[in-house]
Ligand binder design. Structure first.
Ligand SMILES: Nc1nc2c(c(=O)[nH]1)N[C@H]1C(S)=C(S)[C@@H](COP(=O)(O)O)O[C@H]1N2
Ligand SMILES: [Mo]
Length: 215
């Protein structure tokens, strides 16, 4: 990993550690109905990731499938794009406290992809992987929501490399770190396992309305 991203990671880890030492779990009194507690609104969409951005055309994209599923062959773009197109307008909340309203995404439901994969009954958790080495864990249940997408468009355009193209996951009910940019694989698991930030002091659930920021 390049120096720059190691520094960013170290700084964010240290902030999570200091907050935990202060006994500050990140909790604040609620501000407004729409803005989760402790968040501020931004107008422009920031770019936030590990800084490892490898271009990839949609036609080259595929999703690796591993773990507890009937099907473990990769899902190709041709197959993904044959699933129903779904549009979701959602607010976006980063654990580092910026929020953005009304991002408009298009893609396919995570749920529809899971239907292709057919998770085994024992599968209760999912790890998403990004091609930058990222990972994020969630209960399978959380990915069944109507508004959880494998997104391929943002504001009517193919998702740019900066914002995680060609395919990224969005999970509007969780902090944004729970959705992998540069989505490259998913693993179905019987037991939960912490992802990239969850190993580095971030909360396992990441619900912005409960301010589940850090351990
Ligand atoms: N693959 C990958 N996905 C990722 C990240 C990352 O570093 N790598 N960062 C997460 C974090 S912390 C946030 S806030 C959002 C940022 O998305 P954006 O860069 O489009 O604003 O992506 C999330 N998904
Ligand atoms: Mo974030």
């Amino acid at each position: 990993m390049p120096d720059r991203s190691e520094k960013v990671i170290a700084a964010k880890e240290a902030a999570a550690r200091r907050a935990a030492e202060r006994g500050d779990t990140g909790s604040h009194a609620p501000t407004q109905d729409r803005l989760p507690p402790g968040q501020y609104l931004v107008a422009k969409f920031p770019v936030l990731d590990l800084g490892i951005r490898k271009p990839m055309a949609l036609e080259e994209w595929s999703l690796a499938v591993s773990g507890l599923a009937e099907r473990t062959q990769p899902i190709t773009w041709a197959e993904l794009s044959s699933l129903p197109r779904v549009e979701v307008v959602a607010d976006f909340h980063c654990v580092t406290r910026w929020s953005l309203y009304d991002l408009s995404w298009a893609g396919v439901r995570f749920r529809d992809v899971l239907e292709l994969i057919r998770p085994l009954p024992k599968a209760r958790f999912v790890m998403q992987y990004g091609r930058d080495g990222y990972s994020a864990n969630l209960p399978l249940e959380a990915l069944m929501d109507d508004n959880v997408l494998l997104a391929y468009e943002l504001a009517g355009e193919p998702i740019s490399l900066e914002h995680g193209g060609p395919i990224r996951t969005i999970i509007p009910r969780r902090y944004a770190w729970k959705g992998a940019k540069y989505l490259s694989g998913i693993e179905l698991m019987a037991e939960d396992r912490p992802g990239f930030w969850e190993q580095r002091g971030y909360h396992n659930e990441g619900d912005p309305w409960k301010e589940e920021r850090y351990w």
